[in-house]
Design a protein around this ligand. Structure first.
Ligand SMILES: [Zn+2]
Length: 401
């Protein structure tokens, strides 16, 4: 953008000129719960007047709130500012292989309402997405949400996705599907942000503790296996949204055909689907990863052995990924990790046994601490990080003037 050299005419113009506009200040304000004006001046390197002008614009736009001042100490306390997460609402969806979670959040990703549905992704995107959209619509009615408050939609999908379009999906009826299209009619004009389920999970973890999860592998084990990585604080995307997709790397010495057409993939031997197939082969009727988790909790020896072996097989692919990512944490989430111990034990066994300490030293392998809601939190984070990107906020403020 060419530098504007004319003298600024109004405070709005001044505030928006240069690289540190109101949008950039909002991003800073969102990074901590409460700020004084002095702290904002110090951190932004803007002058007091410039900070004041930007704050005024953000308060007018409803995105920053001035906190009530404490008056008990006698002296004049400094006014403080916070991100006004209640300004708008987001619709969020975390679509899994067999199970989908839906929700409405505020702009900080706090859940206001949620719902669950057993939707089988094998039925294809058209069936699943139509159902997702209808159920979100129903949820907005149930809580009496004013549609004018909606700011955007965040969606996690069971496969790599690029610019909203499903890529090399190994699920029937998903390849090439544009996810935002399904929202266009019932929720017109809202930005729809889409990423694969493990990346959504990664964003959920990252939002909770950005420093702790700066270099992290996030594995999601449900009916399928999905994986995402955070490297130096960034969730990696890749050319087609499939960075870190270890589900279709070969697992050691297991000739099982995979739904992708290859033989012996990790997904074919270490997913909920694989465990379900093994259990059915021995005459047991198990249909969801939740049922598998129930059997883990009941200490069913056959299921414990299968889940532990799945962990070992996952460990082989994760170990390779460790060489690329150099993580400090591996987080294991997804439905199969709701009772995580046998899965984690299997992963630890392979990683610490088969890979050199130089690669695995200092890595902690933990279950997701936000559990089932992590996907919804991450979907909200994905949406809000885009909607409130500094240039989007600056444009929004410019439109209001
Ligand atoms: Zn495969």
């Amino acid at each position: 953008m060419p530098e504007n050299t004319e003298p600024p005419r109004s405070s709005t113009e001044r505030a928006q000129r240069g690289s540190f506009g109101p949008g950039a200040l909002l991003q800073m304000i969102r990074s901590a719960p409460v700020w004084t004006r002095a702290e904002l001046v110090r951190q932004s390197s803007l002058g007091r007047t410039a900070v004041a002008e930007r704050i005024d614009l953000l308060v007018e736009a409803g995105l920053v709130r001035i906190n009530p001042q404490a008056t008990s100490t006698g002296g004049r306390p400094a006014e403080t500012y916070s991100f006004h997460a209640d300004e708008g609402r987001l619709l969020v969806a975390d679509i899994g292989g067999r199970h989908t979670r839906l929700g409405i959040t505020d702009l900080a990703g706090r859940l206001i309402a949620s719902a669950e549905a057993d939707l089988d992704s094998d039925q294809g995107a058209a069936v699943v997405m139509t159902e997702v959209v209808q159920r979100l619509d129903r949820l907005t009615h149930e809580v009496g949400l004013d549609r004018a408050r909606l700011r955007g939609i965040g969606v996690g999908v069971p496969g790599p996705v690029d610019e909203g379009v499903m890529q090399r999906a190994y699920l029937p009826g998903w390849e090439g599907e544009s996810i935002p299209t399904y929202f266009a009619e019932p929720f017109p004009g809202l930005p729809v942000l889409v990423d694969k389920d493990a990346n959504i999970l990664a964003r959920g973890e990252q939002a909770r503790d950005p420093e702790g999860f700066r270099n992290t592998i996030v594995l999601k084990v449900g009916m399928g296996v999905s994986c995402g990585v955070i490297v130096d604080g960034r969730v990696l995307h890749g050319a087609q949204g499939a960075a870190a997709d270890i589900g279709h790397l070969p697992a050691p010495e297991r000739g099982v055909p995979c739904r992708c057409g290859m033989i012996g993939c990790t997904d074919a031997v270490a997913s909920g689907r694989a465990i379900e197939t093994a259990l059915r082969a021995s005459g047991r009727d198990v249909r969801t990863s939740r049922e598998i988790v129930d059997l883990v909790r009941a200490n069913d020896p056959e299921v414990l052995a299968l889940v532990r072996q799945a962990g070992r097989d996952l460990g082989s692919s994760l170990g390779v990924l460790c060489a690329v990512v150099n993580p400090s944490v591996i987080v294991v989430g997804g439905n199969l990790a709701e009772s995580p111990e046998p899965l984690l034990a299997g992963i630890r066994e392979t990683i610490y046994r088969d890979f050199p300490p130089s690669l695995t030293r200092g890595i902690t392998i933990v279950p997701s601490a936000i559990g089932a809601e992590a996907g919804l939190a991450g979907a909200a984070q994905l949406a809000v990080d885009d909607i409130l990107r500094p240039d989007n906020v600056d444009a929004l403020i410019a439109r209001r003037r």
